[in-house]
Design a binder for this molecule. Structure first.
Ligand code: KG4
Ligand code: ZN
Length: 335
């Protein structure tokens, strides 16, 4: 029986709350997605996201408390994502978390959203051995980090331009495949063959861990225009090649980082970790290199609050609580 943590997540377009005991036992996880609201804009509109969070946050928290068969008084720690993300969206969760922590006289823990994504792995696999190399791939971030111990992340590389999920979203939008782009491209790619068209694998310096996806995006757009003018365009084949090119780069850098640091464990996380080609390709390369790969179940890949509570557990154990003057931070360069 560990402590009961309420996790709150409002960094982008999901309003989420969860009750997690001892960092691993998920008693409830409520997620109110705004994906249908933002679909017609082809991306998340920050002010609209904030307004939906403010309307939904209290009902979502109460839903999580009810679903766990608990009452607010049972909560022992209040945890909230306070960075990075859309600042107006983060402020909604941070404000409510402060109010609850104050009213309930409970400690408050402020969580980095990217660290939380990694902790989705520990919910599904509590006995993962550290150190590990973590690949966090989401709509806003692409980060490779060395994780020597719980709650400690040393950034090895990030993206210089577009995040992996952002590249999926932008290319899907250009190809008219819908929003969010990751699942739409994965679906289209299922009906196509990678390799029929050829797109670049942009490794930059293969010894380094920085990523760049804007060149791949531009190459995809240019190729599509040329194919259309030639009358030979297959959106399925192009989606398959785009997905393969992006996945190849992620896999190559991650396996290289694991070898370089000498770890045996690789943790995949973030919304793009839902991609089945990425999961399969990384699993194959990891196995061939004697590495153990973990990724979260699909429901925990995209934004949720159970991962926030799981991450907060380790901060709380170390006494890393936040004051009631804690703020929201839109951009944190470091993982
Ligand atoms: O982690 P997440 O829910 O939100 C952020 O923190 O950004 O990630 C959302 C991103 C979007 O860009 C979405 O297109 C991508 O994850 N995504 C996928 C898949 N499912 C979601 N990308 C590739 N394949 C998928 N199956
Ligand atoms: Zn996320």
């Amino acid at each position: 029986m560990g402590e009961l943590i309420l996790g709150i997540e409002t960094s982008c377009d999901e309003t989420a709350a969860a009750l997690v005991r001892g960092g691993t036992e998920v008693l409830s996880s409520a997620v109110q997605s705004q994906v249908d609201v933002h679909r017609r804009f082809g991306g998340v509109v920050p002010e609209i996201a904030s307004r939906h969070h403010i309307a939904n946050i209290v009902p979502v928290v109460l839903q999580a408390v009810d679903a766990a068969g608990a009452s607010l008084r049972d909560i022992e720690v209040v945890a909230v994502t306070n960075r990075p993300g859309l600042v107006g969206a983060l402020l909604v969760g941070v404000s409510l978390a402060k109010g609850l922590a104050y009213a309930l006289r409970r400690p408050l823990v402020a969580v980095n959203h990217l660290h939380a994504h990694v902790y989705a792995n520990f919910l599904a696999h509590p006995h993962i051995e550290l150190p590990a190399v973590c690949l966090v791939v989401s709509g806003g971030h692409t980060s490779l980090a060395y994780m020597p111990a719980h709650g400690v992340f040393e950034v090895m590389g990030e993206t210089r331009d577009d995040a992996a999920g952002e590249a999926f979203d932008k290319v899907a939008r250009f190809l008219g495949l819908g929003y969010p782009g990751g699942p739409a491209i994965e679906e289209a790619a299922r009906g196509g063959a990678p390799g029929r068209y050829r797109l670049p694998r942009v490794l930059l310096d293969p010894q380094e861990y920085e990523f760049s996806f804007s060149g791949l995006k531009t190459a995809t757009v240019n190729l599509w225009r040329r194919l259309q003018s030639e009358g030979t365009a297959s959106v399925n084949d192009l989606a398959a090649e785009f997905q393969a090119a992006l996945v190849d780069v992620l896999v190559e850098k991650t396996v290289h980082a694991a070898r370089h640091t000498g770890v045996r464990t690789v943790l995949l996380a973030g919304g793009v970790a839902a991609n089945s080609r990425l999961r399969e390709a990384l699993a194959e390369r990891a196995a061939a290199s004697g590495l153990q790969l973990f990724y979260p179940p699909l429901s925990l890949c995209t934004d949720n609050a159970a991962m926030v509570a799981a991450c907060a557990h380790h901060l709380y154990l170390r006494g890393e609580t936040a004051g009631l003057d804690v703020n929201a931070h839109p951009a944190v360069k470091t993982l």
